[in-house]
Ligand binder design. Structure first.
Ligand SMILES: N[C@@H](CCC(=O)N[C@@H](CS)C(=O)NCC(=O)O)C(=O)O
Length: 149
């Protein structure tokens, strides 16, 4: 009993997963600082405030406010091994969550990575980016937040 119900739990279909993975990679690559966030998450608020205090502009998307948010979170876990939010990248380098970001800002490692002329591994074009169909899902521009510095 209940097989129909259990079959319906948290299954992201492969096409949605691929699109989410491409979108996550594109956002990381195209934004100097990218914050994957959830609107209600205090750690996300804290990390974003710290970036603003350090006058570091960033792009953020709120995964809880998007239909593909769960798929993006799954993709980030595959890409980085980190499932929690915030999940923060600078110049193609994976910084980590809130604690990691605060520590990296304090030690200036964040700023060092951000200003590094060599981009991090997540800013490197992959074959899956190249093969991205031109009709792919529109990047999340409409739902991204530009940091107000
Ligand atoms: N120590 C982590 C804590 C992050 C955390 O616990 N985030 C919560 C949201 S407030 C989370 O991602 N929970 C799992 C989920 O939302 O799927 C950090 O510094 O970022």
């Amino acid at each position: 009993m209940g097989s129909a119900l259990s079959a319906a739990t948290s299954s992201v279909n492969p096409a949605e997963m691929t699109a989410a993975s491409k979108l996550a990679r594109a956002l990381i690559k195209d934004n100097a600082v990218m914050v994957f966030s959830k609107s209600y998450c205090p750690f996300c608020q804290h990390a974003k405030s710290a970036l603003k205090e350090n006058k570091i502009a960033f792009e953020a998307i709120e995964l809880d406010q998007r239909k593909d948010g769960g798929a993006i979170q799954d993709a980030l876990q595959t890409i980085t091994g980190q499932r929690t939010v915030p999940n923060i990248f600078a110049n193609g380098y994976h910084i980590g969550g809130c604690d990691d970001t605060l520590a990296a800002l304090k030690s200036k490692e964040f700023q060092k990575k951000l200003n590094n002329t060599t981009k991090g591994p997540f800013a490197v074009e992959t074959s899956s980016d190249v093969s991205k169909p031109s009709t792919s899902t529109e990047p999340a521009a409409a739902s991204t937040d530009k940091a107000q510095l």
